[in-house]
Design a protein around this ligand. Structure first.
Ligand code: SF4
Ligand code: SF4
Length: 154
């Protein structure tokens, strides 16, 4: 059965979701989260189309970005990372996407667009990272693959 689109829907956030968490007490049931997931991301649209019972969240986090009440937020993983860094048996590798170097500077109040690779790597090393890599090349490959998929679809 297709869901009634006139009702404000909310994305169901499972306790096991590795990317997002939800504080039900803050939710005003505005439906923005479902709208972005359906109309912008296309995941909820696929869910409705296939009449699937399980919600196939891909962890993009866009529902949290549009939530006006901050009821949905990213799931923090820093405690797990801290434990791994403390473990002398572990080699801890950080692999950052290209946008993080700019977002990192933004988070520290720098001019928008400031490139803060050195600061980011230095901070991660100071926190205990054994290695810090970036995925610039593979991000380029992703864009090429996405472009190819789009061309084949249209
Ligand atoms: S966007 Fe936030 S406040 Fe609105 S329905 Fe979704 S979780 Fe609730
Ligand atoms: S994280 Fe992305 S895919 Fe998952 S519910 Fe939110 S908008 Fe949809």
């Amino acid at each position: 059965m297709l869901m009634n689109r006139t009702t404000p829907f909310m994305v169901p956030v499972d306790d096991a979701n590795p990317a997002i968490i939800k504080n039900e007490a803050l939710c005003s049931e505005c439906g923005h989260c479902f709208a972005v997931c359906e109309e912008e991301i296309g995941v909820a649209a696929k869910y409705l189309l296939n009449q699937r019972e399980a919600y196939p969240c891909i962890g993009c986090g866009q529902c949290s970005a549009v939530c006006p009440e901050k009821a949905i937020t990213g799931r923090p993983h820093y405690k797990i990372v801290k434990e791994l860094i403390k473990d002398p048996e572990k080699i801890v590798v950080f692999s950052t996407s290209p946008s993080v170097r700019v977002g990192f500077a933004d988070g520290f109040g720098k001019e928008p667009g400031t490139f803060a690779q050195d600061e980011m790597v230095g901070a991660l090393r100071a926190l205990g990272a054994d290695y810090v890599f970036d995925v610039t090349f593979s991000a380029d490959l992703t864009i090429m693959e996405e472009g190819s998929e789009l061309l084949s679809r249209i």
